[in-house]
Design a protein around this ligand. Sequence first.
Ligand code: SAH
Length: 369
Amino acid sequence: MTVNLLDFDAQGLEAYVVGLGEPGFRARQLLRWVHQCGESDFARMTDLAKSLRGRLAYEAEVRVPQLVDETLAPDGTRKWLVKVDSANAVETVFIPERTRGTLCISSQAGCVLDCAFCATGKQGFNRNLSTAEIVGQLWLARNALSADGTGPAAPRAITNVVLMGMGEPLLNLDPLLPALRLMLDDHAYGLSRRRVTVSTAGVVPAMDRLREECPVALAVSLHAPQDALRDQLVPLNRKYPLRELLAACNRYLERAPRDFVTFEYVMLDGVNDSDAHARALAGIARSVRSKFNLIPFNPFEGTAFRRSPAERIRRFAEILQGTGVTVTTRKTRGDGIAAACGQLAGDVSDRTRRSSETQRLRPAAELNA
Ligand code: SAH
């Protein structure tokens, strides 16, 4: 197969062009063409020598995953179905807000973790995504968000990237690292480290590697203040229990671009949402510099869990706040199009559940044109 330039970060691309007998700075030019201009046709990379363009056209390509569907929710949230091979599709979600635009990216097709309350886990694990498939979601989103769909959107349309889509990013760290470096690279997407967030259910050794190799903002899916409950909700806890997880958070903070970890906490009615749970979390907050992000549970077909009532969530937040913890409650975005946290399933046959509120945008063929 031909080389896919989307698989290379700056260093990898430099090694590749030097291998072709070219000066190293050509890598920077190529990065800008591919990631800043969203260009995939070497013939249009006019500041490269014709001979190099010919050589690249012969042995390399910019192979982007295929966008097969786009849905737009009434609140402006967009969800793209991105086909990575004939059997697998993942989902990418764009959430526009007044002061920022957040792109939620998937790292795996399916997930092995099988958290009790997550739709992705229920569909099982298919495979890891490659660097090109991870960063390709950002490439596609920038192009799709541009006014005419032919070039990348204004650099500021996507200000934040969160690895909170399908999959456990820290179980796919080798391909993830070059993708993260591209997100941060000034010649590629130029995002600040504080605005790229990896979310993990707590893969402790990989948290340590991320800290060493590419520290970005960290979110940890906590969901329970004690091991007994967390073992049930997040089975990975049996391997890396809370004490080890919290110690890893503190090690991470030594190198993190932000001085806190975000603890995500899904609010499940009658399961993890009592006053006592809130008070127990305050103890955790005392041991790790952190902020809490409460996520109202997003239901999906076949789940027995229910979302905590709004009043319960408010009271829970109030108790935590009363102990000095910073708490935000995540606004549920995109649930009308099954694009909210934990609803991403990405499997093509699943698209029939599209609700009447949603609007089919352009046909897939046009999107890829
Ligand atoms: N595997 C990573 C990232 C993917 S999930 C992780 O566990 O962090 C992103 C966030 O959505 C996680 O906090 C996850 O626990 C949460 N989530 C999963 N299913 C959910 C659901 N049905 N409702 C609300 N949040 C959910």
